[in-house]
Design a protein around this ligand. Structure first.
Ligand code: ATP
Ligand code: MG
Length: 387
């Protein structure tokens, strides 16, 4: 059996919120592990305890745990009877792997069970002495290289020395549902990932220019959605909507505001789907000034198309930072594969400060309400992304 104590970071999580957080986190960890390993995941003295019963490499378990949002760090842990000699043997075994004459260390004991007959500080001192005798390492109480942690409870004690970094954030599922406008580019998959990191559940929407729903289903968009969702063992609907009616309506219209008109059209479609699915906000991969449609004046016009909040988690990021994040998440290689995005076909010289009257004139000319109705009724396909 291999065990891990899961530590979470968000300070200020109080009361009901905290219970909800811990339950959701335990559920998500279970979902991540269960399809591969037999495991028990339980709330545990303001942490979560994970026990894996299968004989599998620790790296395989740790790779999965490192992706679960809501974990600050996690520690591979030895579980012993709540008996001093057993605890000491476990602490020595762990220390021998990492404490040498060239490292400093300390022992840090907490007694969850105040009935345990030896004070925490005495446990620290006695076991610390044994580790010194075995390894020759000096004790250093402030900022040591290694901390040997011991937690003693009524039924068992827990020892660990390694702390592996978690993904941070909040457990997916505790922050409500958002609908992400998902393009074939670099930015929106990163934006989707960041919303997952803040605990949101995702629906996805993509406007395409492909000739059929089948081709849209077979496109890189579904693969990208899978890359974003799979580490969290999430399924989600991906709405694949043809931009063909919009493009046809725009074919004879001359305007420099086409990109803004299209973006407003996307927002209206998104709003309808969000209301159906009880999603509370829309999400885009926009960042100020990145391209012509993403100036503040244009963002203003885009916002006016919906009353739902539009969240833009990348708003203050440079392109290079977004690219680095996309590489980390694993969407980058798919993002740069050639793909004809509806946004790429509009005016060669788009307005950086589109004018509301001009935008509304174009919208009247193409008959947005009817266009929207037709698009949602006859040109919208829904696929469930599974991992
Ligand atoms: P990305 O890399 O996400 O495509 P971008 O730099 O290409 O971003 P734009 O094309 O201006 O930027 O799009 C801005 C945002 O609008 C995207 O991040 C996405 O949220 C949304 N969006 C753009 N095109 C589409 C589309 N075809 N379907 C759905 N949403 C889209
Ligand atoms: Mg794009």
């Amino acid at each position: 059996m291999q065990a891990y104590i899961i530590h979470f970071g968000e300070l200020g999580l109080k009361g009901r919120n905290r219970i909800f957080f811990i339950r959701q986190l335990a559920d998500n960890i279970r979902a991540t592990l269960h399809d591969a390993f037999e495991a028990a995941v339980t709330p545990f003295h303001s942490h979560v305890l994970v026990k894996v019963f299968a004989d599998v490499p620790a790296e395989a378990i740790e790779a999965r745990l490192s992706k679960v949002f809501g974990i600050a760090y996690f520690a591979p842990t030895l579980i012993t009877p709540a008996d001093f000699e057993a605890i000491s043997a476990a602490a020595l075994q762990l220390a021998e792997g990492v404490v040498t004459s060239k490292t400093t260390f300390k022992v840090d004991t907490t007694r969850g069970d105040k009935q345990f007959p030896i004070y925490s500080q005495d446990v620290d001192r006695e076991i610390g002495g044994r580790i010194v005798a075995r390894t020759g390492a000096p004790v250093k109480l402030k900022n040591p290289d290694v901390t040997v942690s011991i937690q003693i409870y009524e039924d068992a004690a827990y020892c660990f020395v390694r702390r592996l970094p978690g993904a941070g954030g909040l457990p997916v599922g505790m922050s409500g549902r958002v609908l992400t406008l998902f393009s074939g580019g670099i930015d929106s998959p990163v934006a989707a990932h960041m919303m997952l990191k803040r605990g949101c559940t995702l629906d996805l929407l993509h406007f395409h220019l492909l000739p059929s729903a089948e081709l849209a289903r077979a496109s890189k968009i579904t693969d990208m959605a899978r890359v974003v969702l799979a580490p969290h063992r999430l399924t989600a609907p991906l709405y694949l909507i043809s931009a063909a009616p919009f493009e046809t309506a725009m074919a004879d219209v001359t305007t420099r505001t086409a990109t803004v008109v299209f973006r407003r059209f996307i927002m209206r479609a998104a709003e309808q789907l969000a209301l159906r699915r009880k999603a509370l906000a829309l999400v885009t991969g926009e960042s100020i000034g990145q391209v012509a449609s993403q100036t503040l004046p244009n963002i203003n016009l885009i916002n006016q198309a919906t009353t739902l909040p539009i969240l833009r988690p990348l708003i203050g990021f440079d392109k290079a930072e977004i690219v680095a994040a996309a590489q980390r998440i694993g969407t980058y290689d798919l993002s740069i594969q050639p793909y004809k995005d509806p946004c790429s076909v509009h005016a060669p010289n788009p307005a950086t400060w589109a004018n509301l009257e001009e935008v509304q004139r174009v919208e009247a000319e193409i008959g947005v309400p009817t266009l929207l109705e037709t698009t949602l009724r006859d040109y919208t396909d829904e696929v469930w992304i599974k991992f």
